[in-house]
Design a protein around this ligand. Structure first.
Ligand code: FUB
Length: 336
């Protein structure tokens, strides 16, 4: 009898899980939550958050498919917004592979920004970075150039930062070990000057114990200091090609947006899904850390594939008095 009850309960759980995954969502889709993962209707990951001039938080997220078994099937970006980090709207797909003539796979981590009344999305497709433009933050975004913006292949994870003097910088990574920055012209669709390689800083150390830069550079400025956060891995025996373990988030600081940056330490430990991809915002005077984990895959019974079916989370970030960053607590409650 007890066995039968367990069987019925398991069947119901699987049914409910499959049913909820197949639920048809119409966009824009709005919900309220204070619990991680904050998005439960789709596997949205690589969240890049920005606060726009009117105070709205916008998030540009990659999209893992419900059946993903690797990172190659990522085919569109969802764009989300919130005015309080509690009630969220997923505006649906802002850009998809169908609208990029020069690429046919791998829409990896994007970033967005507003400038002069226009909205720009920087996105890697087939390991080349393109720039896309829209009249609204949620898109749809159209290809601004019809070709990649950055003349370097194997480039991923673009991030755009506009400094207080209005100069825009495009950061990106390459080959899972190099970091670059290049200025952007005011029009945001042309690079300006040379591409600086940043990985000759102390963040590229070769000590076995310390994690080394892999990808996903993100800049935030706090009290005049430039903080670069980035996913990092340990190198076995100091060999760059021999990385071990899952990514953690490290940070380095500089007094200039083009470095040199000085390694400071680990900001967030592994999130349980091999990658962890971060962004940081100052929202109403408090700092928040966006990242992804495997929470939704676990809830949906997809734990075996959680590495490729990632879910977006937020926790608080604290600056210490001495300028260091407190280790992020990856808690269920966003506002803990
Ligand atoms: O989501 C695909 C890739 O995995 C991203 O571009 C990386 O940052 C890592 O999260």
């Amino acid at each position: 009898m007890k066995k039968n009850k367990i069987l019925i309960f398991s069947a119901l759980t699987v049914f409910c899980s499959v049913f909820s995954q197949n639920k048809k969502i119409t966009y824009p889709y709005t919900w309220t939550t204070e619990q991680n993962p904050i998005v439960k209707h789709a596997y949205l990951c690589d969240p890049s958050a920005k606060v726009y001039k009117d105070g709205t938080v916008w998030v540009f997220a990659s999209h893992d498919s419900d059946t993903a078994v690797d990172y190659s099937s990522m085919a569109d970006y969802h764009i989300l917004s919130s005015k309080d980090l509690k009630t969220w709207t997923d505006h649906g797909v802002g850009l998809s592979l169908d609208n990029i003539s020069w690429a046919n796979s791998h829409l990896w981590a994007p970033d967005g920004i507003e400038r002069n009344g226009k909205y720009y999305l920087y996105a890697p497709a087939n390991f080349n970075i393109g720039v896309f433009v829209s009249n609204t933050p949620e898109g749809p975004y159209v290809d601004a150039l019809g070709k990649p913006l950055v003349p370097i292949d194997r480039a991923i994870d673009p991030m755009v930062f506009i400094d207080d003097d209005d100069q825009a910088y495009l950061y990106f990574s390459r080959n899972g070990e190099d970091c670059y920055v290049v200025k952007l012209k005011d029009n945001m669709v042309e690079t300006d000057g040379i591409i600086h390689e940043l990985t000759n800083w102390s963040i590229r150390n070769t000590v076995d114990e310390d994690p080394n830069f892999v990808e996903g550079p993100f800049i935030h400025k706090y009290k005049g200091t430039y903080y670069m956060t980035y996913p990092a891995k340990r190198y076995k025996h100091g060999t760059r090609r021999n990385k071990v373990g899952d990514e953690v988030i490290c940070y380095a600081t500089s007094n200039s947006p083009i470095g040199p940056f000085e390694y400071k330490g680990v900001l967030a430990t592994e999130s349980g899904v091999h990658t962890i991809h971060q962004s940081i915002i100052n929202f109403k005077g408090e700092y928040y850390f966006f990242y992804h984990n495997g929470g939704l895959a676990k809830k949906n019974g997809h734990e075996a594939h959680k590495k490729y079916r990632r879910s977006m989370c937020i926790n608080k970030l604290h600056h210490n008095e001495d300028g260091t960053l407190k280790l992020i607590e990856q808690t269920k409650n966003v506002f803990d």
